[in-house]
Ligand binder design. Structure first.
Ligand SMILES: *Cc1c(COP(=O)(O)O)cnc(C)c1O
Length: 426
């Protein structure tokens, strides 16, 4: 066992001044039974701890750094902008350039509004859906995460779950009375909810590929059903592409299904805080100052954020996403080979392009209920083994493993070999 002396000391200090020693809960590493590693530097596919240990980074700031850490072009644009001004809180050219790039990538987006986090963008999307339809109810899916918005923090339920139990203290029951939760990929449950409440449903919000309960791709026809049924009932369809946007192509899954609103974040801020809401003109124009759905923000469209965002998007426009698909495929094939070689039927690999999950489960993981039944202690054991070998996976089976353009076949092969070694030792 390698001793992370300085990390241990820092975590002890942090616990005296930060709640739980962290600023966001998964960072505590509690799910994997170890203390957090303190990082000092990052570059390309690497992240380096305060002890100077180098890890292959598959977290990438929770999916933000699709170009890898410290991309030279992105850094240059941030530095150039820094000289001109950090934030005006007023109009500037970069916001037009940014919006134009987003529109180029998404056919269904006529107009956008920029805010400071995915959570904020989701809040605006829900407000817009309700403002546009004059209805109250929102349908969401168990295991989908849309930031820490009060009325969407509703516990996962199985089947047709209309449990409406807040999964966080501090959220009054009244706040979630209009939230309906059904299991992801459960088409029948969606139909039942619409038969019962259809004309009261303002909007349906979905992660088109679930990425916050581990990776769970949509089953055949699930997203198409959502598109059709929301059209039939006049509800707003919201695709939360905060993870999937620009993940596997220059654009997103929205281009196949034409949702009414799209939420972006993570990648599009180039490493700085952002949330974007985009969509059809007739809905977006309800936002103030044109319409009467209020939205504002001191830091919206911050210069450094948009400099990083524009630089990232311009670069992504020229990237060949087949590279990410190839690396994803190599990763997948490696895991499948291990599964066969060691007769480990419980290894279940889910993948959408460069986002991957490894579950230990008897069944295929197609929804949150099954995901929760996965063997977490085995995951934790593998996790700690891989940390020892210099591989940094997200410290939870419910967070996606991400591959960036900075990763190469060398890192992927090394990782697969170490996972194989773990099963040899077992
Ligand atoms: C990360 C995430 C959010 C929230 O974004 P923040 O910037 O953390 O507020 C919303 N939706 C999805 C799908 C996410 O992955």
């Amino acid at each position: 066992m390698i001793r992370e002396i300085r990390s241990v000391d820092l975590f002890r200090q942090a616990q005296d001044c930060l709640v739980g020693g962290v600023n966001s809960p998964v960072r505590s590493f509690r799910n994997v039974g170890m203390d957090p590693i303190y990082f000092h530097r990052s570059t390309g596919p690497w992240i380096i701890s305060v002890e100077g240990r180098k890890f292959i980074d598959y977290v990438l700031a929770w999916g933000t750094f699709i170009l890898g850490h410290g991309d030279e072009d992105v850094k240059k644009e941030i530095i150039n902008q820094l000289e001109l001004g950090i934030h005006f809180g007023s109009c500037h050219e970069l916001e037009i350039e940014f919006a134009t790039l987003i529109k180029k990538a998404f056919k269904c987006i006529d107009k956008i509004r920029v805010s400071n986090s995915g959570t904020e963008a989701v809040t605006i999307a829900i407000r817009l859906a309700r403002g546009f339809t004059n209805r109250k109810k929102i349908l969401k899916f168990a295991g989908n995460y849309h930031g820490h918005v009060d009325y969407l923090l509703v516990r996962a339920g199985s089947g047709l779950a209309t449990l409406n139990i807040p999964s966080s203290k501090g959220i009054p029951q009244e706040f979630v009375n209009e939230t309906i939760v059904v299991e992801y990929n459960d088409a029948r449950a969606v139909e039942e909810v619409f038969e019962k409440y259809g004309t009261q449903i303002a909007g349906v919000i979905v992660e088109p590929v679930a990425g916050n309960i581990g990776v769970i791709p949509p089953q055949n026809g699930f997203l198409r059903l959502l598109r059709e049924i929301t059209r039939t009932y006049g509800s707003v369809l919201i695709f939360d592409e905060v993870i999937t946007g620009f993940r596997s192509e220059f654009g997103g899954i929205s281009n196949l299904y034409d949702p009414d609103l799209v939420i972006l974040g993570k990648i599009v801020g180039g490493g700085l805080p952002i949330g974007v809401i985009g969509g059809k003109k007739e809905i977006m124009d309800l936002l103030t100052p044109v319409g009467e759905v209020y939205h504002a923000g001191t830091f919206n469209g911050n210069l450094l954020v948009l400099a990083a965002g524009v630089a990232t998007l311009k670069k992504l426009m020229k990237m060949d996403y087949r590279y990410l698909e190839e690396l994803g495929q190599i990763f997948e094939e490696g895991i499948v080979a291990i599964k066969n070689r060691f007769n480990q039927h419980r290894i279940k690999l889910n993948r959408y392009g460069p986002m991957i999950s490894i579950f230990f489960n008897d069944q295929e993981v197609v929804n949150s209920r099954i995901a929760y039944e996965s063997d977490r202690s085995l995951f934790a054991k593998m996790y700690r083994f891989l940390i020892e070998k210099g591989i940094y996976f997200p410290p939870s089976p419910f967070e996606a493993i991400f591959i960036s353009f900075a990763h190469t076949i060398n890192e992927i092969s090394y990782t697969i070999d170490r996972i194989e070694e773990f099963f040899v030792k077992m």
